[in-house]
Design a protein around this ligand. Structure first.
Ligand SMILES: *[C@@H]1O[C@H](CO)[C@@H](O)[C@H](O)[C@H]1NC(C)=O
Ligand SMILES: *[C@@H]1O[C@H](CO)[C@@H](O)[C@H](O)[C@H]1NC(C)=O
Ligand SMILES: *[C@@H]1O[C@H](CO)[C@@H](O)[C@H](O)[C@H]1NC(C)=O
Ligand SMILES: *[C@@H]1O[C@H](CO)[C@@H](O)[C@H](O)[C@H]1NC(C)=O
Length: 366
């Protein structure tokens, strides 16, 4: 029997909507600087989470303050807390910019600030502007820039894990799997609401389903404030199979030691997969993660149509048999990373003398 099959591999038409993750104040772990330091009012005091301390420049021309978020963010809003004093008017005329440039003026203006009342926190909507740097500056001569607190709220751009579905081998108390992909790296936060953890068990694992297969370039694992030593020996695995809960997929990296930095980056050289797993092989291990970020490209499968010429020894004039074969093909495609394939016959199968056979990685035989 021979027939034409019509296969619809359904995928994404656009990039993943990352707007459903939890927002965090990205300024809190950024690196700050300013044009000059008046007395002890260093730039860092504007992002220390304490509105009673402040940054302040000397009196100068065009003073500025900046925070480097260390990553590109989609910045939704910036909050500025003004000083609670008779000098509140010094903020008047400040300009807020967001962008990817070290050079202040190359960045895009999010807001021009006529004034902020004494001691008030104002929110400026930046509507998802992209940027790694947030600048606040006051154009003009004889200006002083003082900031009690600056908050930058948005999402890591291009982090494929946000919007994914996380699960783990077991859950220790309220350390849910999803807390490792909530966009919150867990610094300056209660770890039990920002991080995930399994119980102390054999071969604990954690997995995120990215919903579609992606080309994965890097995996970033962030600070496990309580217990960085626990991550030693963890394997990062990427692939499309759920065999052994995804823990048989190819290895991108084995984490060799306590990360030297707050965030460790593992290069996966363009491995492809829908599932990213972490597993610590061995007895009595606990897998604790504060944030897992995944950067790459994709999805690999966009909406595409495939026509297959299909040969079978089965009697395809029988509708029950035709149905059975479609189901088998769907399960084969699912194993090849296309779980949402829709298959239907585009022609009613008819008997034919088979002249050649072809073998493809995802073919099935009957
Ligand atoms: C997330 O994964 C769990 C476990 O695999 C599954 O039960 C649940 O339906 C998934 N949720 C979504 C929204 O896909
Ligand atoms: C980790 O982050 C903290 C808080 O932001 C910072 O003080 C510290 O220097 C960082 N550690 C390393 C190794 O970068
Ligand atoms: C994680 O960040 C905390 C600050 O929040 C810091 O004290 C600790 O050293 C960091 N851990 C690692 C492994 O970098
Ligand atoms: C897990 O249990 C083992 C055996 O009781 C113990 O040695 C180990 O310290 C525990 N690990 C953690 C992270 O609690």
């Amino acid at each position: 029997m021979s027939a034409l099959l019509f296969v619809l591999l359904s995928g994404f038409l656009s990039f993943q909507d990352i707007a459903n993750g939890a927002e965090e104040n990205a300024a809190l772990w950024g690196k700050t600087s300013q044009t000059s330091v008046h007395s002890t009012y260093e730039s860092k005091y504007a992002v220390d989470g304490d509105p009673t301390t402040r940054s302040e420049t000397n009196t100068e021309s065009d003073p500025w303050w900046t925070v480097d978020l260390l990553n590109v963010y989609r910045v939704n809003r910036v909050t500025i807390t003004n000083r609670d004093s008779g000098y509140y008017y010094r903020i008047n005329g400040a300009v807020l910019r967001v962008g990817n440039y070290l050079d202040l003026y190359s960045n895009t203006i999010c807001a021009e600030i006529p004034t902020i009342p004494s001691g008030v926190t104002s929110t400026f909507n930046c509507g998802g502007m992209e940027g790694r740097f947030v600048y606040i500056h006051i154009p003009g001569n004889n200006k002083i820039l003082a900031l009690c607190e600056v908050g930058v709220y948005g999402y890591l751009l291009g982090n494929l894990a946000i919007g994914g579905n996380a699960t783990q081998s077991s859950t220790y108390l309220s350390w849910f799997a999803g807390q490792a992909i909530d966009g919150n790296r867990g610094f300056n936060t209660q770890a039990n609401t920002a991080c995930s953890s399994t119980n102390n068990e054999s071969n604990p694992w954690w997995r995120v389903d990215l919903n579609y297969a992606y080309i994965v370039n890097t995996v970033v694992i962030s600070n496990i404030t309580c217990c960085p030593e626990r991550i030693i020996g963890a394997e990062i695995r990427i692939g499309n199979s759920l065999e052994n809960n995804g823990n048989n997929n190819p290895i991108c990296a084995v984490i060799p030691s306590i990360p030297a930095d707050n965030s460790s980056k593992y290069s996966c050289g363009g491995m492809q997969g829908r599932y990213v797993n972490l597993i610590i092989p061995g007895n009595m291990k606990m897998l604790t993660l504060c944030e897992v970020e995944i950067y790459g490209e994709g999805p690999v499968v966009e909406r595409s149509f495939v026509r297959m010429h299909f040969n079978s020894k089965a009697d395809l004039t029988d509708p029950v048999m035709r149905d059975k074969i479609l189901k088998q093909l769907e399960s084969v495609l699912a194993k090849c990373g296309f779980p949402n394939a829709t298959i239907r016959w585009s022609q009613t199968p008819k008997p034919e003398v088979i002249q050649e056979t072809e073998t493809r990685p995802c073919s099935t035989e009957n």
